[in-house]
Design a protein around this ligand. Structure first.
Ligand code: BGC
Length: 468
């Protein structure tokens, strides 16, 4: 075994750097946890909030959606912030704001106050949802990049589950203030963890702090050769200036990848996933489960299936490829929502039809978590050319939150206007339509290098052939 000049063996050095990199990524991926906590917390609190403040369905929709409006703003703001003050400090601001805004929500004296608190909470989540994947992709070695993006999505699902569990724990007292306040704790823990993290080496070099970047890389990479190669790579990349808006206006090929990213995120949200995440108790109510206790336990099942099925995606993504997984997922979601609509249409009167309705809902969640959940985030990170990456990814992340807002802000209105069954059929039809869109426009990027994808894009190849 060779010995390095530090007196460590090459083997122990590589184990050591692997450990550090995993710890770094786990702490940064906690931002995904905040994302998930925020999505999950409202479904359990909403029934109690509306009881206390006597709010209409319209105001309920706004209590839900104000967080997403904030997140869209946060995603826009964070591109600029991550560049100015760096990824690490942006994440810290996100975590601190999250903790403060959770407390603000917990003390809300009226619905308007709550809505303002939720907007601020959203800004924090928007910052985290843009910055964490960026940071992860910059500190992780190339071979671990894909799994690090999946790790982030996994943390999102864990966050949702934890929020559902905490909602259930507090439900016996109906104390929605505790539900909304307690999520400040993980944010404070994350803030403390973030203090220990290194700055992103790529960001350090972008502001001329090359020496510090090198010492960070020395801690996170197995040997000095790897560090030298990466420093050179970052230097070369930084020569390519980020053109963003200019490139979008001047280059029709770049416009295609930006539109593809935006469309993928719209598709992810219009599957209807967050309708279930935000209004799960209400949906369980439609399925005949009247008590708050049953409804909250129902959400825990939904949350657990969401986490478990994400592992299917992580296991299959590099073997099956992105496209077959997406097509399978959209088909499963279309079929299960159509069935749920059918059951509601027929009227849920027996315990068999109740169980069938819940089964359909659970299959829908599994269909999403094994496909569009992680896959869309992975594809969005893969399809943008290097010159326009920051711009392309912030545009698609922004639209993810806008589409999320639209879904959250219209669900109850849809139920009340077109009716219960047709609302689910509408979402089923959209999922069926996305199968066609995927077949026609989505590229298969499995085992294609990002450089090859970029060459194909710029050569004007059809979108679905970008990965060939
Ligand atoms: C989506 C979120 C969704 C979550 C559910 C994410 O990929 O972007 O909107 O709530 O998955 O697990």
């Amino acid at each position: 075994m060779s010995t390095t000049h530090h007196g460590l063996t090459a083997h122990s050095r590589s184990t050591n750097s692997r450990f550090k990199i995993i710890m770094t990524c786990v702490i940064a991926a906690l931002a995904g946890l905040l994302f998930g906590l925020d999505i999950g917390v409202i479904s359990g609190a909403l029934p109690f909030i509306s009881k206390q403040f006597h709010v209409s369905d319209r105001i309920q929709e706004w209590i839900v959606s104000s967080m997403m409006v904030g997140a869209a703003l946060g995603a826009l703001l964070s591109g600029w912030m991550a560049k100015k003050i760096g990824r690490k400090f942006s994440l810290m601001i996100g975590a601190a704001l999250f903790a403060a805004a959770s407390m603000l929500c917990a003390f809300a004296a009226d619905p308007e106050w709550l809505i303002v608190g939720r907007v601020l909470l959203g800004v924090a989540v928007g910052i985290a949802s843009f910055t964490a994947p960026l940071y992860l992709s910059e500190v992780a070695p190339r071979t671990m990049r894909g799994s690090m993006i999946s790790l982030h999505q996994l943390m999102v699902t864990v966050g949702i589950l934890v929020a559902f569990l905490s909602n259930t724990a507090f439900s016996s007292t109906g104390n929605w203030r505790w539900m909304l306040g307690v999520i400040a704790l993980p944010a404070v823990a994350m803030l403390a963890g973030l203090l220990l993290l290194p700055q992103s080496p790529r960001w350090l070099m972008s502001v001329g702090r090359d020496k510090e970047a090198q010492s960070v890389l020395k801690q996170l990479r197995a040997d000095t050769k790897e560090v030298e190669v990466e420093v050179q790579e970052i230097r070369d990349q930084l020569k390519i200036s980020q053109e963003g808006w200019g490139l979008f206006r001047s280059n029709p090929n770049f416009r295609r990848s930006v539109w593809l990213g935006i469309s993928l995120q719209i598709m992810q949200q219009l599957t209807g996933i967050n309708v279930v995440m935000y209004y799960a108790p209400r949906i369980f109510g439609l399925a005949g489960y009247g008590s708050a206790h049953d409804q909250l336990w129902g959400t825990v099942i939904v949350g657990a299936v969401n986490v478990a099925a994400t592992f299917i995606a992580i296991g299959l993504v590099d073997r099956w490829g992105r496209k077959p997984i997406l097509i399978t997922g959209f088909s499963v979601m279309a079929a299960s929502l159509a069935a749920l609509g059918g059951l509601l249409h027929a009227g849920i009167s027996s315990s068999t039809s109740q169980i069938l309705a819940v089964t359909a809902l659970v299959i829908f969640i599994a269909g999403f978590a094994m496909s569009a959940g992680p896959m869309i985030w992975i594809l969005c990170a893969e399809i943008q050319p290097i010159k326009g990456r920051d711009f392309g990814i912030s545009a698609s992340t922004f639209v993810n939150w806008v589409a999320n807002t639209v879904a959250g802000a219209t669900f109850l209105t849809l139920l009340n206007t077109i009716g219960h069954a047709p609302t689910f059929w509408l979402y089923a039809a959209m999922n069926a339509f996305f199968i066609i869109v995927t077949l026609r426009f989505v590229p298969e990027t499995r085992s294609t290098s990002l450089e090859q994808i970029e060459r194909n894009l710029m050569a004007g190849k059809p979108l679905r052939e970008l990965g060939q």
